[in-house]
Structure formats: structure tokens, C-alpha cells
Design a binder for this molecule. Structure first.
Ligand code: NDP
Length: 263
């Protein structure tokens, strides 16, 4: 029996155990998936081995620590320095990032997205911004503080803090901050958010399982919006494919993972 886990702080809200266990159960795959509340990201590697895990997902705020904890990074995670999926291979930790492709899956129903504004500058913002740039989109990033904006500026994004923001028209505004996750906060002062929502066609939030204050306003303004549930599903399907090392088909994984959203 293989054991998988999600590391995070907070982690109690995470739907990942339900999603992955649904696939394992329906496919009779000998594995089990649990939650690990980890406060200190530097303990990730030690905890992973202590629990004898075969793989893991990493959520807020440890995705950059997860990158540092790995022996080898594969694929898109190399472009962003952020890891949300780890696989153990012969005693070595291999890091991947499935968040950005999960998000593209989530917004595939939105028409012609060319210009995006990202709220927040953490691990998820890094992954999404790089994927959007690779998809030839124009990307702006707005964060409450300056410190983490250099990464985005160096890679060709327009960057702003709340104090110097200059809004344009966007196809999509996406909230990748954790504002609204445990609290009822907006990701930026209300005047900025109101202006933003008047300047975009679509709004999306990485947070799932609740209508965040950001999406509540989008709804109020009649903007087409979506929460992070499809992103969660998209990244989860790709992570599960890595966990089972292609022993299950993507269609099977998606079908049984979707079932868990009805619970
Ligand atoms: P990080 O901790 O790496 O980054 C968080 C960012 O949010 C930082 O830029 C931080 O700003 C900003 N921030 C935090 N609190 C506030 C606030 N109250 N107001 C404004 N800005 C704030 O987090 P992640 O990028 O890993 O995750 C972000 C969110 O995305 C989480 O809620 C997570 O659950 C969600 N997520 C959902 C996924 C899904 O599948 N649906 C997948 C991945 C993430 P500063 O730089 O100033 O500290």
C-alpha cells in the first residue's frame, strides 16, 4: 500500500484527499492519501521520508520550500522555482508543477484570453504568469508589497503595488492571493478591486469551496467568474497521473476525481 499526502498550513480545508482517494478506491489502486499540517517548510523533506510517502502535493505556503527540498526538478517547475507535486524515486525527491496546466484547463471555456492581470505574487502567481507568457498572453501582476515583484518584472510582466497601480482593460483578472481563504478580505483595497472588475471580461479565483469576497463582487457586477474548483481538478488529475506512473488512464482519473466533487 502506497501512502500519499498533502502538506500545507492551513490544510484542513483541502479537498485533495477526497479527490485522490476517490481515484484509488474506484480503480482498486493500492494507495491512500492523507493531510499533513506542516508549519515549517524546511521540515518538508524530513517529514516526507519519516512518513515513508511515495508522493505528495504541496499547498500554501510551502511550494517554494518544496522546490528547495527536491533532488531533481522536472518540466515546467524548472521555469518557475515552484513545486506542487513531489514523487519519490529511488530515495530521491522529484519535483513537478501541475498548477499552471490545471489553471489553463479551468479557463478553457473562456473565449480569447490575451491580456491577464494577476493579483498576488506568490508561488501560484509565478506558475500562472510563466504559463500565460508561454501562451503568448500579456501579463500584469499586482501585489500588496514590492518584495516579490522582481521575479515577474525580470520575465516581462508589468508589475504594480497598490500604491502605483495603473489599470488597463483585461480579458481576465485572477486572484492568486490567499485573501478570502480563511477570512473575508479582498485581495486589494475595495476601490482598486471595483475599478479592476469594471475593466475585465472574466474573473477567476484560485481559492475553491467558497465564494470569496472578490468573486462576490464579480458576481454583483455581472462578470462571468469561476472559483478554483476546476483548477484544483486540473492540477489533481495531472498529479495523480504522476502518482500512479501511468498505470491508470487520464480519462479514468478525471472521471473518478470528478465524482469526489459531488461529495
Ligand atoms: P503564497 O503564500 O505563495 O502567496 C500568497 C500571495 O498572496 C502573496 O503574494 C501575498 O502577498 C498575498 N497575500 C496574502 N494575504 C493577502 C491579503 N490578505 N491581501 C492581499 N494579498 C495577500 O500562496 P500560493 O501562491 O501558494 O497560494 C495562493 C492561493 O491560491 C491560496 O489561497 C491557495 O489555496 C490557492 N491555490 C489554489 C489552487 C487550486 O488548485 N485551486 C492551486 C494553488 C493555489 P505578499 O507577497 O505581500 O506577502
Amino acid at each position: 500500500m502506497q501512502l500519499f499526502a498533502i502538506f500545507g498550513d492551513p490544510v484542513a480545508h483541502s479537498r485533495s484527499p477526497l479527490m485522490h482517494n476517490s481515484v484509488f478506491k474506484h480503480c482498486h489502486y493500492p494507495a491512500c492519501y492523507t493531510r499533513v499540517h506542516l508549519k515549517d517548510g524546511t521540515q518538508l523533506r524530513e517529514t516526507f521520508f519519516k512518513l515513508k510517502l511515495s508522493g505528495a502535493n504541496i499547498t500554501v505556503p510551502h511550494k517554494e520550500a518544496a522546490y528547495a527540498a527536491c533532488d531533481e526538478i522536472r518540466g515546467f517547475a524548472n521555469d518557475v522555482g515552484v513545486v506542487n507535486t513531489i514523487i519519490e524515486e529511488n530515495g530521491r525527491l522529484i519535483g513537478y508543477n501541475t498548477d499552471a496546466d490545471g489553471f489553463l484547463y479551468a479557463i478553457s471555456e473562456f473565449q480569447t484570453i490575451k491580456k491577464v492581470l494577476i493579483l498576488g505574487a506568490g508561488g501560484t502567481a509565478k506558475a500562472l504568469s510563466q504559463k500565460f507568457l508561454q501562451e503568448q498572453m500579456e501579463v500584469s501582476v499586482l501585489n500588496r508589497s514590492e518584495g516579490r515583484l522582481a521575479f515577474f518584472k525580470e520575465r516581462g510582466c508589468k508589475t504594480y503595488t497598490w500604491n502605483d497601480v495603473q489599470l488597463e482593460n483585461y480579458d481576465l483578472v485572477v486572484n492568486t492571493t490567499s485573501a478570502g481563504l480563511k477570512d473575508e478580505e479582498l485581495p486589494a483595497p475595495v476601490e482598486i478591486i471595483q475599478d479592476l472588475l469594471h475593466a475585465t471580461r472574466y474573473a477567476a479565483d484560485a481559492i475553491y469551496g467558497k465564494l470569496t469576497p472578490f468573486l462576490q463582487l464579480a458576481k454583483q457586477y455581472g462578470i462571468t467568474y469561476k472559483d478554483g474548483a476546476d483548477m484544483l481538478l486540473g492540477q489533481g488529475v495531472l498529479a495523480n497521473e504522476l502518482f500512479v506512473q501511468n498505470k491508470l488512464s487520464k480519462n479514468e482519473i478525471e472521471k473518478f476525481m470528478k465524482k469526489s466533487f459531488a461529495l
